[in-house]
Design a protein around this ligand. Structure first.
Ligand SMILES: NC(=O)c1ccc[n+]([C@@H]2O[C@H](COP(=O)([O-])OP(=O)(O)OC[C@H]3O[C@@H](n4cnc5c(N)ncnc54)[C@H](OP(=O)(O)O)[C@@H]3O)[C@@H](O)[C@H]2O)c1
Length: 338
């Protein structure tokens, strides 16, 4: 079968198109013919070596969706023909986040990902995808969507009338925008591009701030929210934005700490958290049970993921480069059917 392997890290030259033997489904495994894969910023971190050690050769990319083409002995959850996506952490089915459950993550370390024509998945680690979504759309869910869902719904318990700030217009942030709207919240989206902010408004963003033009965007958030501050910030920037996110949040509000787009480590004034009684929650994608919960909401509301561009399998490296450029709005997909 056709696949991609990371054979070295550092540059995208380590990403190589290869032929690999097609896997057989073992006991309680399903064989999935992968139709689409989506990329996450994290896949760049894996490729450039910032996401820890890699056991070469590694099939990269955590996110994919496809069709069950064979089932192994003892499988009860799925049958041939079912449409499924892989859950990000093969060992986190439900319950608390403990190290044993998040040690293995698809497309990193020693755990192969989804950039292959066929993948064998433990049946407990696959989820059924909503009927109204194409494979391209469903492939965007496992990492970016689930992270936003975990941040706002599981941890945040977002409520109607609350205000949610979304930083930038990448994959996690646009799902955050959609889930916040779904729950009746007001949304403030930041971006470095006015054109992207127009698109965010078309998706329902109530207020927008260009953070390149207004670097003190946290003051603008307070101004837009009557001085009160946001109830939730979906914090994907990390070092470069964390202090601003703390300032943009109302006393008692919630900062969902997710990403490192603007750096990994920074100094912290502890009193900025303590004296405002802020709740800062670290979010690490989510469990399979959360994925099933999210899919029920996506199906009920017929929510459609925002896909910027679909590349063919042969264009995989171009798709990675496009992600690296930051020109995208929402998700980048690689179709194995093109
Ligand atoms: N903790 C977890 O489990 C988890 C899960 C998923 C992702 N993540 C992390 O979350 C982050 C986002 O991931 P993603 O896949 O959604 O990324 P992405 O789709 O590549 O998002 C890129 C966008 O982020 C925006 N951005 C970049 N620097 C920014 C800054 N300083 N301030 C505000 N926005 C900025 C830009 O939007 P504009 O062009 O509009 O300015 C850029 O286009 C990454 O760091 C990723 O590693 C963590």
């Amino acid at each position: 079968m056709k696949a991609y392997e990371l054979q070295a890290i550092g540059t995208l030259d380590g990403l190589v198109a290869v032929e690999r033997p097609q896997p057989e489904p073992g006991p309680r495994q399903v064989l999935v013919r992968v139709h689409a894969v989506s990329l996450n910023y994290r896949d760049l971190l894996v490729a450039n070596g910032s996401y820890g050690k890699v056991a070469f050769p590694l099939v990269p990319a955590s996110d994919g969706a496809g069709e069950v083409t064979a089932v192994g002995e003892g499988v009860t959850r799925f049958k041939v023909g079912d449409r499924v996506a892989a859950s990000f952490f093969p060992d986190w089915i439900g319950g608390e986040v403990i190290p044993e459950r998040t040690r293995a993550a698809r497309g990193a370390g020693k755990t192969n990902g989804m950039l292959a024509e066929f993948v064998a998945l433990g049946e407990e680690t696959a989820v059924r995808i909503p009927d109204h979504l194409s494979f391209d759309e469903a492939a965007t869910l496992p990492c970016a969507a689930l992270t936003a869902w975990h941040a706002l719904v599981e941890q945040g318990r977002v409520k109607s009338g609350e205000t949610v700030v979304l930083l930038g217009t990448g994959g996690v942030s646009l799902f955050g925008l959609q889930f916040a709207k779904l729950h009746g919240a007001k949304t403030i989206v930041t971006s470095s591009s006015d054109e992207k902010l127009v698109r965010a408004r078309m998706l329902g963003a109530d207020q927008t701030i260009n953070y390149a033009v207004t670097p003190n965007w946290e003051e603008k958030v307070l101004e837009l929210n009557g001085g009160r501050g946001a109830d939730h910030v979906v914090e994907v920037g990390g070092a470069g934005t964390f202090a601003k996110s703390l300032k943009a949040t109302r006393p008692g509000g919630h900062v969902a700490m997710i990403g490192v787009l603007a750096g990994l480590s920074t100094e912290l004034r502890v009193t900025d958290i303590v004296m405002k009684s802020l709740r800062v929650s670290g979010i690490f994608v989510g469990s399979r049970d959360m994925f099933d919960d999210m899919n029920r909401a996506i199906a009920l509301h017929r929510l459609k993921p925002i896909i910027d561009k679909v590349f063919s399998f042969a264009q995989t490296k171009v798709a990675y480069e496009y992600l690296q450029s930051g020109r995208h709005f929402g998700k980048i997909v690689i179709s194995l059917d093109r």
